[in-house]
Write a protein that binds this ligand. Structure first.
Ligand code: ARG
Length: 462
């Protein structure tokens, strides 16, 4: 170890270099540097405001910290492993710049409340960025939906053709998921946005600090009511990771569909060259790497959630060094969610094309209109369960005859049940089958048009 640690007076010998590396978080918590500086500036102002230090000292600290920020931005200040963590690094550089007054910055606080403050400031910013990305994602979904209200696509249950739906309806399902994600993050934000600054190491401080003053400066909604809780709570991180995981679930589900749709078996979409890759050996291939990566990256975000839960479950109050392990998972989840949202938005916006001809054929080549035949009879007085059995027989007969329902002669229909009339043919066209599902939230075109209007209204909420 080249340099003495901040706490080294208490110790006989220097830290083993490997242990110093093991202990250090600077390689990753450097991500927090600007938040650390902002938090420290608020703390310095509060120290001066309450008379714990003089106004001149407060100003020197504030300006010195600003200089550290500029040096960092310009690449002149690059703390190494000697610094242990970002908090020591900033304080040390500050003291080099402003002299001994720099040593007053840490009055009435601890790295424990400091790191909690930094992490919350970071996450607050990131949550707002992700929410904005969700808005872009939702906008693309509605834009495509708007152009495809009357594009039909097979709808599935058990991955078996079930009933055709409007493609817009299908895409709007993902819009709704993203809407919940957006709202969920707002809710998470409210619990991220509470200040632990001033909780000290664990028990508060002997100095006459003003926690609400720093909370106001840093735009926190509230302060932690209990210092032990304030320094050791990571619920906000767990909640964020949970919200991030749910976003990934949603992106991953659509990814899986896109991968299926692009396959030769479905052929519902074509991937454009800008968002697909080739194979190194099979010249005919075009691979859906983007949705595959999104699906794959989902695992690591789930992993970070799991890790955070496990980190917390056995921790006695208050701060324990285990908590240093919260950061990499949070950072990686933030970066992963942002990268995936960006890639998926581009993919949908310009990376794929729906094959309209193929979709139009797909919805006519099966028995996905069988429910509509049963509904037809039920609407004419046949009890639904009875109608269901009758249509079961119709489907069976048709399959044996190698026909689709639309190819049955009217006499064949009427032999099965006298309630069938010539209008059965219209009732079972894919278009009519979809249009008729006009119940609230259903795929009927009228419903879907209304859903698009509603989605636009939801999007107008910032
Ligand atoms: N690097 C530490 C972390 O990330 C900062 C807090 C250290 N506190 C302490 N008491 N050692 O958690």
């Amino acid at each position: 170890m080249t340099e003495k640690q901040t706490w080294s007076q208490r110790f006989e010998s220097a830290l083993h270099p490997a242990i110093a590396r093991f202990n250090a978080s600077i390689s990753f918590d450097i991500e927090l540097i600007e938040y650390d500086i902002t938090g420290s500036q608020a703390h310095a102002k509060m120290l001066a405001h309450t008379g714990i230090i003089s106004h001149e000292e407060g100003e020197a600290l504030f300006n010195g910290l600003e200089q550290v920020r500029q040096e960092y931005r310009q690449g002149q200040f690059q703390p190494g492993v000697d610094a242990e963590d970002v908090h020591f690094a900033v304080e040390k550089r500050l003291t080099e710049i402003v002299g001994d007054v720099g040593k007053k910055l840490h009055t009435a606080r601890s790295r424990n409340d400091q790191v909690g403050t930094d992490t919350r400031l970071y996450l607050r910013d990131q949550i707002q960025q992700i929410r904005q990305q969700l808005r872009n994602w939702q906008t693309v979904l509605v834009d495509i939906a708007e152009k495809n209200v009357e594009t039909l696509i097979p709808g599935y249950t058990h991955l078996q053709r079930a009933q055709p739906v409007s493609l817009a309806h299908h895409l709007l399902a993902y819009f709704q998921m993203a809407q919940r994600d957006w709202e969920r993050l707002e809710d998470v934000y409210s619990r991220v946005n509470i200040s632990p600054l001033g909780c000290g190491a664990l028990a508060g401080t002997t100095f006459p600090i003003n926690r609400h003053y720093t909370a106001n400066l840093l735009h926190f909604d509230n302060v932690y009511a209990n210092s032990l809780d304030g320094v050791s709570d990571r619920d906000f991180a767990i909640e964020f990771l949970c919200a991030a995981s749910i976003i990934m679930v949603h992106l991953s589900r659509l990814s899986e569909e896109i991968i299926l749709w692009a396959s030769e078996e479905f052929r519902f979409i074509t991937l454009k060259d800008s968002c697909a890759t080739g194979s190194s050996i099979m010249p005919q291939k075009k691979n859906p790497d983007v949705p595959e990566l999104v699906r794959g990256k989902t695992g690591r975000v789930f992993g970070h959630l799991q890790a955070m839960l496990v980190i917390m479950k056995g921790l006695p109050l208050a701060y324990n060094k285990d908590l240093q392990e919260d950061k990499e998972g949070i950072f990686d989840s933030v970066n992963t969610v942002k990268a995936c949202l960006e890639a998926m938005t581009i993919l949908l916006q310009e990376g794929l094309e729906f094959r309209h001809q193929r979709l139009a054929t797909a919805v006519t080549e099966d028995f996905a209109n069988a429910t509509d035949v049963a509904d037809y009879l039920a609407a004419r007085g046949v009890p639904f369960r009875e109608a269901y059995n009758i249509v079961g027989k119709v489907v069976k007969t048709s399959i044996i005859a190698g026909k689709l329902l639309k190819d049955l002669q009217l006499e064949e229909w009427q032999q099965i049940h006298p309630a069938f009339a010539a209008d059965i043919y219209e009732a079972i066209t894919p278009r009519q089958v979809v249009a008729a599902r006009n119940s609230y939230g259903g795929t009927g075109f009228e419903q879907v048009r209304q859903a698009i209007l509603n989605a636009r209204t939801q999007l107008s909420v910032k």
